[in-house]
Design a protein around this ligand. Sequence first.
Ligand code: GAP
Length: 436
Amino acid sequence: MANPEIMDKVVSLCKRRGFIFQSSEIYGGLNSCWDYGPLGVELKRNVKEAWWRSVVYERDNVYGQDASILMHPEVWRASGHVEGFSDPLVDCKKCKRRFREDHLADKSKCPECGGELTESRQFNLMFKTFMGPIEDTASVVYMRPETAQGIFVNFLNVVNTMRAKLPFGIAQIGKAFRNEITPGNFTFRTREFEQMEIEFFVKPGTDDEWLEFWKNERFNWYLRYGMTKERLRLRQHDKDELAHYAKDCYDVEYEFPFGWSELEGIANRTDFDLTQHQTFSKKNLTYFEEESKSRFIPYVIEPSAGADRSTLAFLVDSYCEEEERVVLRLHPKLAPIKAAIFPLMRKDGHPEKAQEIERMLRPHFNVEYDETASIGKRYRRQDEIGTPYCVTVDNETMENDTVTVRERDSMEQVRIPMSGLLPMLLERLNAEKKPA
Ligand code: GAP
């Protein structure tokens, strides 16, 4: 569905309805940086919560953690990032634009103006800053380019404090920073982004089967939250595409309006990272296995997803234009607002009754009260932001304490007693499946 028009419409909806704004907009914006507005922050929190639930709470062998963004600079020498985390950069001598050489189909001329390109040079993607008051080389620290290393350096801490036994994983959600040469496609490739990563430690020799396990688990997670199956695929990396640490890797890819692109990588990182940290830190990072009475460095399977990319994919995937409305068919668990409450009229006790319902529902989930404009317009507004249920108070409510509940996708309405409203919404919102 390569269809750039849809992307423009989603970007415009995001701005108009408070999902995503350009960073520092009143100053003209900062290239490739984005702010999540009141609805966007809810959507992204729900995506992260759904991930955490499925990889930490629903398993008995994955622990959570939250490491700091700034780490000892030796970490990045051990991991290979100081030496090798770079992209080949070329400049156009005529129009002065910059490109990643490996992204160019024709490496001999500028794709914009046809001008001659400079020789390529390696450009390290890590952001540097200084720790403390003196800005010299001894005080350089890096903004982490991946959350993964914060997990490897805590491997021993988790083994010792949690009495963790192989196979087990450590999961983390957090910001990462990369000075990308060519950011773009809205929040798809940015210089500051959030990752959702698991390092899953296994006994060497069992790594192939665990890679198989995680690639299926992670693929199914996107389906579980309603992503269209036909727009998702798993793609195995060619040998020459593999990162220096990887023995094998699969990408979960989504067919965005700008083409098939990576949402997540599931890699077999072998014992590369723990071995490197053992060498550089001179700490023994081996694992002692009781059964075999042997010590070894575990292998690692790493499912590494982007919170911003998943959020964007859920937005694009749920965007739907119908004859009379635009609707975000978001999974109820991801929807920023779960129910909207409307008084039919701004008189005859309708607002007071609707506010009573709002007070009843608010402790349980995020709701919105709206008494402006016509009822049709109010429905359309909620459809456009993906609110799964709208509750309306009308004259009949005043007579017999019943309300109408309208479901977003089918637009079907049912009338139910007010006393049954909360149980019904809780049941439907907690259901795993999207309503038909
Ligand atoms: N620890 C492994 C690792 O970082 P990666 O493929 O470089 O692997 C993992 O990144 C995920 O992080 C990607 O699949 C993507 O979802 C997200 N990601 C990476 N770079 C990004 C960027 N510049 N903007 C937004 N998300 C990014």
